[in-house]
Ligand binder design. Structure first.
Ligand code: AMP
Ligand code: MN
Ligand code: MN
Ligand code: MN
Length: 273
């Protein structure tokens, strides 16, 4: 089956409106799709969950911190009416806006004006994220590419990397589980952790009720896939896969172009099929 359980609409830092994202997925013959916007479930107001052309699984990508590392947790197949989940999403949204003001202030201190306003414009009214600040820094000529903006001003350890405001890992997992969903550790290789540290994270994640990890995120080498599948088995987790698609023209993360999970993995969708 063609399955993609991680992608973004323009209600967070993706480029396409939710309905266009679903249309593109259908065009790419995706059979099961979850849209996982950053700290938002608003996309599900704009799409039909019960369409016959594709199976839509509800999703979100929560920002959290673990031992001062920014970690992303995907929630899948949640009841979107659940009170505690809705309250959690509201808190994270407010934290995101507050953080955006702080990032704007930090960039102001470096001599770049009106960054909050610029980022807000790029967000189009959805969740404001660092990519929107990056786009603004490109607009004003402070950097030449989004990549460079992250490298100099927004990436890990830089002025715009503010992560204290997020709910902690256990809380995020409890919101997802409370809404009958599955908590998935997103893109485990993106944290640039040693294997020992990643094992400690996975152990902590599982002990707090985390039940799955992304064995495949975007395009990656076969050896990375095998290594992640090994960890998935070691910690007795279910396996998920997703493109982490944000926009067209990024060949490394094309919607619906996700490799198959290795045979030794138990897929997360075995839970709801
Ligand atoms: P935020 O949600 O505001 O913390 O921003 C994180 C998002 O920024 C990620 O989901 C990616 O979409 C994007 N991102 C992170 N690192 C980079 C990078 N080095 N270059 C471009 N985009 C990045
Ligand atoms: Mn993103
Ligand atoms: Mn992420
Ligand atoms: Mn993502």
């Amino acid at each position: 089956m063609n399955i993609d359980l991680h992608c973004h609409s323009n209600l967070s830092d993706g480029a396409l409106p939710p309905a266009d994202l679903v249309d593109l997925a259908i065009q790419r013959e995706v059979e099961m799709l979850a849209i996982t916007d950053h700290d938002s479930i608003d996309c599900y107001r704009e799409i039909d969950l019960l369409t016959d052309s594709i199976k839509i699984i509800t999703g979100i990508e929560f920002s959290t911190t673990w031992r001062n590392n920014g970690i992303h947790i995907v929630g899948l197949n949640m009841d979107l009416q659940n009170h505690d989940l809705l309250e959690g999403v509201r808190r994270q949204s407010a934290a995101r806006t507050e953080r955006a003001h702080k990032i704007g202030q930090r960039l102001q201190n470096l001599g770049f004006d009106n960054c909050f306003e610029g980022a807000q414009r790029h967000s189009g009214g959805g969740q404001i994220g660092r990519p929107h600040f990056a786009q603004h820094l490109v607009d004003i000529g402070a950097v030449s590419t989004v990549q460079q903006a992250f490298k100099r001003y927004l990436g890990a350890g830089k002025a715009g990397d503010i992560k204290e405001q997020w709910a902690d890992l256990g809380e995020v997992i409890s919101w997802i589980r409370g809404a009958s969903g599955v908590a998935v550790l997103a893109h485990p290789t993106k944290y640039k952790m040693t294997r020992t540290k990643l094992c400690t994270l996975l152990e902590g994640f599982a002990s707090l009720g985390g039940e799955a990890m992304e064995v495949i995120s975007g395009s990656q080498t076969v050896s990375v896939t095998q290594s992640m599948a090994g960890l998935c088995q070691q910690f007795d987790l279910l396996a998920s896969c997703g493109s982490d698609f944000h926009s067209l023209g990024q060949p490394w993360a094309a919607l619906g172009m996700v490799s198959k999970l290795p045979a030794n993995c138990v897929p997360v969708w075995s839970r709801w099929q």
